[in-house]
Design a protein around this ligand. Structure first.
Ligand SMILES: Nc1ncnc2c1ncn2[C@@H]1O[C@H](COP(=O)(O)OP(=O)(O)O)[C@@H](O)[C@H]1O
Ligand SMILES: Nc1ccn([C@H]2C[C@H](O)[C@@H](COP(=O)(O)OP(=O)(O)O)O2)c(=O)n1
Length: 424
């Protein structure tokens, strides 16, 4: 069967996620030679002798599909494929067909040649998928036009041509193609949604069972006690650790963090997994913290270092490629607090200028995590995390300029807490 999204009624559209901030989009022309003539070819297709290929897997929020996508990405860096440039590719049916979204790669082979094509076929056959994902091969026609040949690989060898269609440039869609699927692929709006993803992993990741055991021991629908609960959010090195420590001392509060200590030894394991699994892990961490907050807030004020807003903001910013304008529009469901998660009284978002943040990161002198390095390298990513934080609702984040001295930032924070949470 043709891959979903490639039916005759809804022509597939493709969005290539280049290193720049724009998506490069193209579609397939229905009939021979028709449409798109005169428009320049999408610039992700390099002139001969370079050659391009594409491969896609369903973006359905399933653990096997997510892991297959990740495995393919790793393998594309190895062997003869290592010389190719690999760009992210989203394939979706026009208009806005969410069910048919596929995720994959556009592979640019600078030298061309049969070796790459053979290696790609081998790679796809070697994944244990039956049938293997189809391979798209792009070839120039006689008049300089571009064709996509979609090959269905037979498991045992050989291949059949599923379609040959002209590639024509397309407009960037009004909504980033990954937006409709976010809710199921990265931002989980209930305990059950996150739990079911981690449950699918128990045979593959032994730690998943341990996480679920801890989650299931927590009372459901934890209620907050009478003391105030204050969450401190912000990008790394904005001063969360510093502020939460001082607030704890000033208010005689209990300090908690998400992910909680009881699951942090498994963090590395889940950080190495695809988005779907990684974000579900962090989401569950919040539900465990919620039960700790519920208990603690019956006895003293509680200050929390990162909570739901971090989980959602980082998930959205990593899934949505390109510029800040590609984020889901304000009031989108992914910015809403999950109904079954304990709500804090106040959420403060610490912000500092990018320059000051880098000074602090360097001053701290710790080894940088991969994500921190990415944050530095990619200021767009940082902007998307911060903008997502700001769009969160119910409760929203109150921004605090954390550039001044430690003492002054603490004064501002304590003032806001007094104002919102009354006398302590
Ligand atoms: N107001 C401030 N002025 C100058 N340096 C600060 C301030 N707040 C924190 N720092 C320093 O910046 C670095 C990052 O702060 P930290 O509290 O660890 O941030 P986070 O927990 O958000 O990663 C630390 O070295 C800390 O001492
Ligand atoms: N409650 C939380 C806390 C962190 N995360 C994720 C979001 C990012 O991928 C990382 C950020 O963690 P990082 O290591 O930079 O944070 P710390 O400064 O160590 O608190 O963890 C989350 O999803 N939910």
């Amino acid at each position: 069967a043709p891959p979903a999204g490639c039916s005759a009624q809804a022509r597939p559209c493709f969005a290539v996620e280049g290193p720049g901030s724009d998506l490069v989009c193209f579609t397939l022309s229905g009939s021979e030679g028709a449409g798109g003539s005169g428009r320049p070819l999408p610039r992700c297709f390099l002139p001969a002798p370079a050659r391009c290929y594409s491969l896609c897997v369903p973006a359905a929020p399933s653990v096997p599909a997510a892991r297959l996508h990740r495995r393919l990405r790793q393998r594309l860096r190895q062997g003869p494929l290592g010389r190719c440039r690999v760009l992210g590719l989203l394939c979706y049916s026009a208009p806005g067909g969410q069910a048919a979204l596929e995720k994959g790669f556009l592979i640019q082979d600078p030298q061309g040649g049969a070796e790459t094509e053979r290696a790609l076929e081998e790679l796809l056959r070697g994944q244990g998928e039956l049938p293997p994902p189809p391979l798209g091969v792009y070839e120039a026609g006689e008049r300089g036009e571009l064709w996509q040949c979609l090959w269905v690989l037979r498991g045992a060898g050989g291949r059949d041509l599923l379609r040959r269609a002209r590639v024509v440039a397309a407009e960037e869609p009004p909504l980033h193609p990954a937006v409709p699927g976010l809710r199921h692929a990265a931002v989980f709006l209930s305990l059950e949604a996150a739990r079911s993803v981690v449950e699918q992993c128990t045979s593959l990741i032994p730690e998943a069972t341990a996480v679920l055991d801890l989650v299931d021991k927590c009372p459901k629908h934890s209620k907050k006690g009478d003391f105030p609960v204050i969450v401190i959010e912000g990008l790394d090195a904005t001063g969360k650790t510093t502020v939460t420590q001082s607030v704890k001392d000033s208010l005689n509060a209990l300090l908690l963090r998400s992910p909680p200590a009881c699951i942090s030894q498994w963090r590395k394991t889940f950080d190495d997994e695809p988005t779907l699994i990684r974000r579900a892990f962090y989401a569950l961490g919040n539900y465990i913290v919620a039960s700790e907050i519920a208990k603690a807030s019956t006895e003293s004020p509680v200050v929390v270092d990162r909570y739901w807003h971090s989980t959602a903001a980082y998930a959205i910013a990593t899934e949505i490629s390109g510029k800040v304008q590609n984020l889901p529009p304000t009031q989108h469901e992914v910015y809403q607090w999950p109904e079954d998660l304990l709500k804090p009284d106040l959420v403060l978002l610490l912000t500092v200028s990018p320059e000051e943040r880098i000074r602090r990161l360097q001053g701290r002198g710790l080894e940088k995590t991969e994500e921190e390095t990415e944050l530095e390298a990619n200021s767009l990513f940082r902007q998307k995390v911060e903008e997502s934080y700001k769009r969160m609702e119910n409760p929203g984040c109150q921004e605090v300029d954390a550039s001044p001295s430690r003492e002054e930032v603490l004064r501002t924070v304590l003032h806001l807490i007094k104002k919102h949470c009354g006398s302590l």
